[in-house]
Design a protein around this ligand. Structure first.
Ligand code: ADP
Length: 467
């Protein structure tokens, strides 16, 4: 029983150390309550004949106190106060009824007043617990004094009634014992509440400190990340820019060599083939450098998303891909467009990458058919670019969006593996998602979400990505 009670209290604390500190006082109050209860029952039995309702009234008050204790345990402060107050009011009413019948004395008024004051005291105490911590013990002490005064006054009233004799003191002990039970439980409850309160206070202080430290750390790290990203972008820009220079030289001189060879009549097939490899290599390198440059420029972006007419974007994409559309005889069908919020040039790049992939990864036995459309989805518009190409195995659905991830050798399909990584980054900047659904040999559908132009958005903050 004691163990169960102990566990009952203990489980209310997140930190067992707080309960340990209070253990002695809890035990003291619990033992005091038990002894008082025994006294109450013993003398109450004798007194019972004279006023059964009176005994029940005190029982109700005790039950109410216990009930509110359970509510406290569940951290429901308001109901605890209400239960306490209601049980005390019932006690007052019952005692009043008995008092009228039993004592027929206007002095009874006092004890009713006192009871009422003590009830209000508890109620106020319970409800205001979290705000008025330092008054807890004063309230507790005052409450017990009032209870004793209450018991004493009743005994005093009974003394004047004829034939009460010994019963006066029996009553005093009974009521005192009953009051001690309530007082002890209440005090126990108060110290429990205070310990909880202290624990909350300490937790709050600890959390606040930790929060401040964390915020400081996040701030420092963000700053470091921004600086490092900026440096990295600058570095990538300079490196790729400088790399282009020698490439141009190589390409220029290879062209010159070829021209000289033609003049000298040295147009051997092998030489031609070797030179074509060099030219292909330089072309691929140039493409790679361009892609890296685009990718690195997207690292730090400070943009405001404006209304973009996707219809215009599609027109630009079709113009820039006109040559490959014509050569591959691809059919590009735009079924639906909705205006979105975004950065127009980035969106041109996004659609261009997806449409050019749809053409590049076409099926050898089918005329490429590319469909572009959209569906409204609340705050976002869901766009798709669908093709009837070679498709993508399911296990690569996520990996293809990483930089330099390619599924095919350059012998079959030229490329750098950066195109979809750029698309992913553009989606990050727009706060959208991109994913793919595909069946091998059947075709692929690239889905992505963009902010709906109908919805007003706050200005976009600088987006900083870890490189
Ligand atoms: P790449 O320059 O190689 O095209 P991407 O990042 O654009 O680089 O694409 C990554 C890989 O995803 C490609 O190598 C290809 O294997 C696959 N892929 C992309 N788009 C398609 C598509 N429409 N159909 C089939 N495979 C695709």
């Amino acid at each position: 029983m004691m163990k169960a009670l102990y566990n009952f209290f203990l489980s209310g604390f997140d930190d067992a150390a707080y309960f340990e500190k209070q253990k002695a006082s809890y035990l003291f109050y619990i033992i005091l309550s038990a002894l008082s209860f025994l006294l109450f029952i013993t003398f109450g039995q004798i007194y019972f004949d004279n006023g059964p309702l009176y005994i029940w009234a005190d029982f109700i008050a005790i039950a109410g106190t216990l009930c509110s204790l359970v509510f406290f345990k569940l951290k429901k402060i308001e109901p605890a106060g209400h239960v306490m107050a209601c049980s005390c009011i019932v006690m007052i009413v019952l005692e009043g009824m008995v008092g009228d019948r039993l004592f027929n004395d206007p002095g009874m008024r006092y004890r009713l007043y006192i009871t009422m004051v003590s009830c209000l005291g508890i109620y106020f105490l319970v409800v205001s617990f979290f705000r008025e911590k330092k008054y807890l013990y004063y309230y507790g002490a005052a409450f017990e004094i009032i209870l004793f005064a209450h018991a004493f006054l009743i005994a005093h009233q009974l003394r004047n009634i004829e034939g009460m004799g010994l019963l006066v003191w029996q009553h005093f002990i009974t009521v005192s014992a009953g009051m001690i039970i309530i007082g002890a439980i209440t005090t126990c409850l108060l110290s429990y509440m205070e310990a909880l309160f202290q624990q909350n206070q300490e937790y709050a202080a600890r959390f606040k400190l930790q929060n401040e430290e964390l915020e400081k750390m996040v701030h420092e790290r963000t700053h470091a990340l921004r600086t490092s990203n900026k440096h990295l972008s600058e570095f990538a820009y300079i490196v790729s820019h400088d790399l282009k220079e020698p490439l141009r030289t190589i390409s220029g001189f290879v062209t010159l060599i070829k021209r000289e060879m033609d003049k000298m009549g040295l147009d051997e097939v092998v030489m031609e083939e070797y030179i074509s490899y060099v030219k292909k290599g330089t072309r691929q390198m140039e493409q790679l450098i361009n892609d890296i440059l685009t990718y690195s420029k997207l690292n730090v972006v400070e943009k405001r998303l404006d209304v973009v007419e996707v219809h215009d974007v599609m027109a630009e994409v079709k113009t820039s891909l006109a040559k490959s559309i014509y050569e591959s005889e691809a059919e590009v069908l735009v079924t639906d467009t909705m205006n979105v919020r975004g950065e127009k040039q980035l969106l041109v790049q996004l659609f261009q990458n997806l449409v050019s992939n749809a053409i590049k990864y076409r099926h050898q036995k089918r005329t490429p058919q590319i469909t572009i459309g959209c569906v409204e989805e609340g705050k976002m518009v869901k766009y798709f670019v669908k093709d009837n190409g070679i498709g993508i195995p399911e296990k690569h659905f996520d990996t293809i969006f990483g930089a330099f991830r390619r599924l095919h050798s350059k012998i079959y399909y030229e490329g750098t593996g950066v195109g979809l990584a750029i698309c992913k980054k553009i989606m990050d900047i727009h706060g959208g998602e991109i994913w793919v659904e595909s069946e091998e040999n059947d075709g692929s559908v690239f889905w992505f979400t963009l902010p709906n132009a109908q919805i007003e958005l706050p200005a976009i903050h600088p987006v900083v990505h870890a490189a």
